[in-house]
Design a protein around this ligand. Structure first.
Ligand SMILES: *[C@@H]1O[C@H](CO)[C@@H](O)[C@H](O)[C@H]1NC(C)=O
Ligand SMILES: *[C@@H]1O[C@H](CO)[C@@H](O)[C@H](O)[C@H]1NC(C)=O
Ligand SMILES: *[C@@H]1O[C@H](CO)[C@@H](O)[C@H](O)[C@H]1NC(C)=O
Ligand SMILES: *[C@@H]1O[C@H](CO)[C@@H](O)[C@H](O)[C@H]1NC(C)=O
Ligand SMILES: *[C@@H]1O[C@H](CO)[C@@H](O)[C@H](O)[C@H]1NC(C)=O
Ligand SMILES: *[C@@H]1O[C@H](CO)[C@@H](O)[C@H](O)[C@H]1NC(C)=O
Ligand SMILES: *[C@@H]1O[C@H](CO)[C@@H](O)[C@H](O)[C@H]1NC(C)=O
Length: 372
């Protein structure tokens, strides 16, 4: 056996044994992809859905990440849900008129403007995201059950469950971003960014899908709690990244660092705006999924989503202790809330993954030397 075929065998083994993840999001962040592959997970598919971003921006965000790191040939980017199950732009705004405006309205915002155009977006149109998710779960169920990571609306996963109810049993579990529960005081007293980060539009934008998905009988249901709000960019983090690169000019000018450049923006924390300083959110809970040893505190609860339109809590997550949860009637499910992870390991991994060369990943299933 020559070296090349040895390498092929080794690569095949890695692929077969790799833990598998399918990501549905409304704007994939570079760290989500890099955290997963650097922890040895195989991303069996990404689906890009409407939600905080329009469909073209959501697909565009994933396309930009996959192109920057040359992952397009082995990580397909499908189109997921293009709209909520029941909610429409009109009912969303009608509900806001009754119960108050949300700070963040995502792609339903009256002033939302697309920042991508379809000509620049690479995606796989051979099948819809929900079907790709079903196929990925089915084909790996006996070897490496796929963990589903859903960080936008739950609509794509709800569609998949409706077509193929066994999805729930055949997947390893569901991890979601979201559920800023019990933060009414912060919402009542904070400034707009505080109100924003204590409200969860992911479930609010499609409450029915969220209730269907969260109360399906998953082997494991894990929800990223408030810790995702406390992992944030800072001048200290920017400085470490800039130091490691040698200069901010290099980050700004080298296309390989375009995603890092998006994160640093001006490179001066004081000068960056609220949007540029947003918490790591989705990447934070995905980090916990692929690095379970870093989870420090969790809470077991029972959850359900409010699906009453005529309610100020329509689309909000309701939490119960197991003992006092509804016994019948309203459908509920057990969930694990992640409250705290090892912050230092998180930030160290951010530094680590940005300075590896992932451009050969599709061939060698790992990083190669960075040559900048
Ligand atoms: C959604 O509704 C708002 C408020 O009525 C409107 O300004 C906006 O144009 C609508 N957006 C879409 C995509 O239809
Ligand atoms: C699309 O790509 C073209 C050519 O690379 C570029 O000129 C244009 O600015 C891009 N448009 C968007 C919306 O990204
Ligand atoms: C997150 O919520 C948990 C449970 O309410 C609480 O114990 C913890 O202090 C909160 N974390 C932060 C960083 O506020
Ligand atoms: C960042 O911007 C602030 C305000 O413009 C300025 O006072 C500070 O010197 C800048 N810091 C760096 C490191 O450039
Ligand atoms: C939820 O967890 C409680 C406590 O561990 C357990 O008694 C109950 O059977 C669980 N419910 C479901 C639906 O798994
Ligand atoms: C991108 O990945 C493909 C497939 O693995 C590989 O053939 C190609 O050489 C890579 N391109 C660059 C620019 O690294
Ligand atoms: C990554 O590695 C490839 C193959 O060795 C090389 O051609 C490319 O320049 C490297 N890219 C970066 C950003 O280091």
């Amino acid at each position: 056996m020559n070296f090349k075929s040895l390498l092929a065998v080794a690569t095949a083994l890695i692929t077969v044994n790799a833990k598998k993840i399918f990501i549905d999001n409304d704007g994939l962040a570079s760290l989500e992809a890099l955290f997963a592959i650097s922890a040895g997970y195989e991303i069996v598919g990404v689906s890009s859905s409407f939600g905080s971003s329009s469909l073209v921006d959501s697909a565009g965000a994933a396309s930009d990440v996959l192109k920057t790191y040359n992952l397009t040939s082995c990580i397909p980017n499908y189109l997921g849900a293009q709209q909520p199950l029941l909610r429409t732009n009109e009912t969303f705004h009608a509900w806001e008129n009754l119960f108050g405006d949300l700070v963040w309205q995502g792609a339903f915002d009256a002033s939302y403007a697309d920042s991508h155009s379809w000509d620049n977006v690479t995606y796989d149109d051979s099948k819809a995201g929900a079907l790709a998710l079903i196929e990925a779960v089915k084909s790996n169920k006996d070897s490496d059950p796929v963990t589903i990571f859903a960080a936008g609306m739950m609509t794509t996963v709800a569609q998949a469950i409706s077509i193929y109810p066994n999805l729930v049993k055949e997947a390893a579990g569901l991890y979601i971003m979201g559920g800023y529960f019990d933060n009414q005081y912060a919402q009542a007293t904070g400034n707009s960014i505080t109100i924003d980060i204590n409200t969860d539009i992911n479930l609010i934008q499609d409450p029915e899908a969220a209730q269907i998905v969260l109360t399906s009988d998953w082997k494991e249901l894990v929800i990223g709690g408030n810790f995702t709000n406390y992992l944030v960019p800072s001048q200290e983090l920017y400085d470490k990244i800039i130091d490691k690169a040698g200069s901010i000019d290099l980050i700004r000018s080298h296309p390989y660092f375009s995603q890092v450049s998006n994160l640093l923006a001006t490179g001066n924390y004081t000068e960056n705006n609220d949007q540029q300083k947003l918490p790591f959110w989705d990447a934070a809970i995905l980090f916990a999924l692929v690095n379970p040893d870093t989870i420090k505190e969790t809470t077991d609860v029972t959850v359900a989503v409010d699906t009453s339109f005529y309610s100020p809590y329509y689309g909000s997550l309701k939490l119960y202790s197991h003992e006092w949860a509804p016994k019948s009637g309203y459908k509920v499910a057990n969930a694990t809330i992640v409250d705290k992870i090892d912050d230092e390991q998180f930030y160290n991994t951010v530094l680590d993954v940005f300075f590896k060369n992932w451009t050969q990943y599709c061939e060698v299933h790992g990083p190669v030397a960075l040559e900048i």
